[in-house]
Write a new protein. Structure first.
Length: 212
């Protein structure tokens, strides 16, 4: 669409330029204004000190037309270049531009501890987080992803925190118990999301030991 508009604009500019050229050359003898040529009697030495003005047609319109032609040519060239790019490259470029424009989201929670232990034939994943924002956080869940040895995703488990509402400055805990019969995973990862579905980024402030 962009290339079509550019091509039409180029042809339109050429048409206007050609039409103006024909109009300037189509001057009849009756319309022609004779130039004033001073005779030898009228020509005096002091006349050479007077400014002489030549009446030339204004070139503003043609300058604007040339400028528009250059702009349209650049737009058309950019459109052709974008069409020549592979789809994956074009999508990656669009994503990078969008990522630069998007401001980073401020963390509202801090992860203070994340660890695991084997107890009573259960593999327990425990975590403690803190609300570091100025507003309460409601209905926040922990999303635990279990991975195989080759980092393939085996299972995603959503577990509730011990509090439905976390006030500013307050702590909340999460715990996931995996029975020994289902311990066929080699690693795990944890993130937090609101129950409406939005992922909530957290500030990593993990300690080595479980706070009491």
């Amino acid at each position: 669409m962009l290339i079509t508009i550019s091509v039409i604009g180029v042809f339109l500019i050429f048409y206007i330029h050609k039409r103006k050229s024909r109009q300037t050359t189509k001057i009849t003898s009756s319309d022609e204004i004779p130039a004033y040529v001073p005779s030898s009697e009228e020509h005096k030495p002091e006349d050479s000190r007077r400014p002489v003005f030549s009446q030339k047609p204004s070139g503003t319109g043609m300058d604007l037309a040339r400028m528009a032609l250059i702009i349209l040519s650049i737009i058309a060239g950019a459109g052709i270049l974008l069409l020549a790019l592979p789809q994956a490259t074009f999508e990656g470029l669009a994503e990078r531009i969008q990522a630069r424009r998007k401001a980073p989201e401020q963390e509202k929670i801090a992860l203070l501890y994340l660890g695991d232990e084997l107890k009573n034939n259960e593999f327990r994943i425990q975590g403690i987080l803190k609300n570091i924002s100025a507003a309460p956080i409601e209905q926040l869940d922990a999303v635990v992803r279990l991975y195989a040895g080759d980092r393939a995703l085996l299972e995603t488990v959503i577990t509730r925190l011990d509090k439905d509402t976390i006030a500013p400055g307050e702590f909340a805990r999460m715990e996931l118990k995996v029975p020994s019969g289902k311990m066929g995973f080699a690693g795990y990862a944890v993130e937090f999301k609101l129950r409406q579905g939005d992922i909530l980024p957290f500030k990593n402030m993990r300690a080595q030991t479980l706070p009491k």
